[in-house]
Design a protein around this ligand. Structure first.
Ligand SMILES: [Zn+2]
Length: 387
């Protein structure tokens, strides 16, 4: 029986027929309504469910690349569950779509409507709040586009990029003691860290997807006292940075001098080597790596190969590398590389929320402290860790 061979021959004939159809209708090919839009839909890092002040969520990006010659208009992006009872977990369109998008290599703000030229890419930043009781195992992305000029424009949809959703955000200890700490540039869909898509070794990734710049503040949410050009006058300066988990030290950097705070100067040229300043990376030995940046030179208490325990002092918070004032940059990612890895969410076993700021350090309001367990602190929150 040569069933597989005959199947292969019939499939080959079908492909040949398709190709000749395309060739025969080439001048009108762009108008062929039966063909799906030639877009690449790609999710570089499948998401992991985490928990924040507003409930459970996951956050990831959909890269939409236009493989056609004609410009298309991106009308809507949806995140859907799979299966018989398919439902939309998130639908983004209009101005919400515009503010959720970055376009690599194209200067200026993204305007509405969102156009993707031939060969160009839009990166859609997705933040999906979910009910943890019906959390999906897999999601599908559906994009709606418009092609052609206004008198002949037509709308098409494309489903693609099925991705698994992981459930185990890391449960970690505090990176610092006490507080109050302001979670500057912390997790949100628009924070500076979240949007830092950086190609390293030819692969774009967002190591800082859930990073936080911890800035210590007093009861009036001031970050320093006295002369603000002196590192020593900042409340964060010189406090202990703590191991959030047991693990093995796999990278350190030391001896980078500190910057003068308050001005945009840097003590050393900023390169891939110096961007994190003096830093430590812990291999948590579960596929996750904890990264601590901008430490004081000479303050590191660990070396590569050391086994550390949760709560152990790693070094002292400082102002080295790409930093404007003493603070701890902390994130967890999936690789031993400060920027060439993918950021992963986490939850702190226990901390308190004591207030919120509208923007970095301004329009802050205190609240009655509430204890949070297993949550990821969000952007511009005032938090306190156990002493
Ligand atoms: Zn940072």
């Amino acid at each position: 029986m040569d069933f597989p061979a005959s199947l292969a021959r019939s499939r080959a004939r079908l492909y040949a027929a398709l190709i000749s159809l395309v060739a025969a209708t080439y001048p009108a090919f762009a108008q062929a309504p039966s063909l799906p839009p030639f877009l690449e839909l790609r999710v570089p890092k499948p998401p992991t469910i985490a928990s924040g002040e507003k409930g459970s969520f996951f956050a990831h990006e959909l890269h939409v690349t236009n493989f056609m010659a004609d410009t298309v208009t991106l009308k809507q992006v949806q995140v859907l569950t799979r299966g018989a009872n398919q439902r939309a977990l998130l639908s983004v369109s209009d101005s919400a779509l515009r503010t959720s998008i970055a376009r690599p290599g194209i200067a200026g703000p993204v305007t509405h409507p969102v156009k993707i030229a031939g060969g160009a890419r839009a990166v859609v930043y997705l933040w999906v709040q979910i009910d943890p009781r019906s959390a999906p195992d897999t999601i599908v992305h559906r994009v709606t586009i418009e092609q052609g000029r206004s008198d002949s424009a037509r709308t098409q949809q494309l489903d693609g990029a099925r991705v698994p959703v992981a459930r185990q955000a890391a449960d970690i200890g505090p990176p610092l003691r006490g507080g109050v700490w302001l979670t500057a540039n912390g997790p949100s869909n628009a924070s500076g860290h979240r949007r830092a898509l950086i190609p390293i070794d030819g692969k774009p990734s967002i190591a800082q997807r859930f990073a936080i710049d911890y800035v210590k503040v007093d009861d009036k949410t001031r970050r320093s006292t006295g002369d603000s050009l002196k590192n020593a006058n900042y409340y964060a300066q010189g406090v202990d940075a703590l191991a959030v988990a047991d693990g093995i030290i796999v990278a350190i950097k030391d001896s980078i001098p500190e910057n003068i705070p308050g001005i945009m100067s840097r003590a050393v040229p900023i390169t891939l080597e110096t961007v994190g300043g003096n830093h430590v990376i812990i291999d948590m030995q579960d596929g996750r790596y904890a990264f601590y940046a901008h430490l004081q030179p000479g303050s590191l208490r660990v070396k590569v190969g050391d086994r550390v325990r949760r709560g152990q002092v790693l070094g002292l918070v400082g102002n080295s590398g790409n930093s404007t004032e003493p603070h701890l940059h902390f994130h967890i990612s999936d690789g031993n590389s400060p920027l060439g890895s993918e950021g992963m969410p986490y939850g702190h076993t226990s901390f308190e929320i004591v207030g919120h700021c509208r923007t970095f350090g301004s329009e802050c309001e205190r609240q009655k402290p509430t204890t949070r367990n297993g949550e990821q602190p969000m952007e511009n929150t005032l938090v306190r860790f156990p002493e």
